[in-house]
Design a protein around this ligand. Structure first.
Ligand code: TMP
Length: 225
């Protein structure tokens, strides 16, 4: 490719990514937390409440997505692909998802998203800990995500003691407590450090009864509307 053609291509990419981040009209809310934190139950109920109040204005979405890229992520997980492969597939899925999220936000929608880039930083950050050479896995993951994400207006982080969360997961799917406790502890630590760094995070103690969790999370969303 000639230098001129490359420059044109680069400026197109910049223009596209600027268009993707020009999302002032809507509200982008992300739900995060370790497995068993109860975020998905709270999210469904919050979606129903808001969708009733504002018909046609609320979108419920999730990662990994229900697209062929999301299928790749699930396939990589099933096939036991390397941690780096899995991380990059999560990011590829997110890059496409981001284009749709940006469009919804431009249309003025309230987008509720079950997991987003913080999931990659926390889960893959824990899985890849110590395996990325000089850079930490977290730094690498942040750098790979940064250019492709739409910045959330609010990230609700559902927190619960890791052993309690794992107990809930065990009841659901019968996994062994010891297989995942250390890993989830690490994931939880990374989530909490992200929360400390970023004022758009809001922590919800999800060991409370579900109605209270929903009420607190809804209030945090309404405060941004
Ligand atoms: P969930 O649909 O029950 O929230 O589960 C999705 C699983 O995928 C959960 O264990 C977290 C994991 N995950 C990652 O490891 N990295 C990511 O970037 C995302 C979006 C999910």
């Amino acid at each position: 490719m000639s230098a001129m053609a490359q420059m044109e291509k680069d400026s197109l990419v910049v223009a596209e990514s600027m268009a993707a981040t020009d999302t002032k009209k809507g509200l982008f809310v992300v739900f995060e937390g370790i497995d068993g934190s109860g975020k998905s139950s709270a999210e469904r109920s919050i979606y129903e409440t808001l969708a009733n109040e504002m018909p046609g204005r609320v979108i419920l979405t999730a990662e990994p997505t229900e697209t062929w890229l999301g299928d790749c992520v699930r396939r990589a997980n099933k096939d036991d692909s390397s941690g780096a492969t899995e991380a990059l597939l999560f990011v590829a899925d997110r890059a496409e998802h981001g284009v749709r999220i940006a469009q919804w936000l431009r249309e003025g929608k309230i987008v509720l998203c079950d997991r987003y880039y913080a999931s990659t930083i926390a889960y893959q950050g824990a899985a890849l800990k110590g395996s990325m050479g000089v850079k930490s896995a977290i730094e690498w993951l942040k750098a790979v995500n940064e250019p492709i994400i739409v910045l959330p207006d609010l990230t609700l982080l559902f927190t619960i003691r890791v052993d309690m969360a794992l107990e809930r997961v065990k009841q659901r799917s019968g996994i062994s407590k010891f297989e995942n406790l250390e890993y989830l502890r690490e994931v939880d630590l990374i989530y909490r450090s992200l929360c400390m760094e970023d004022p758009t995070y809001f922590t919800v103690d999800s060991s409370r009864p579900l109605e209270q969790v929903i009420r607190i999370a809804l209030a945090a969303i309404r405060a941004k509307l």
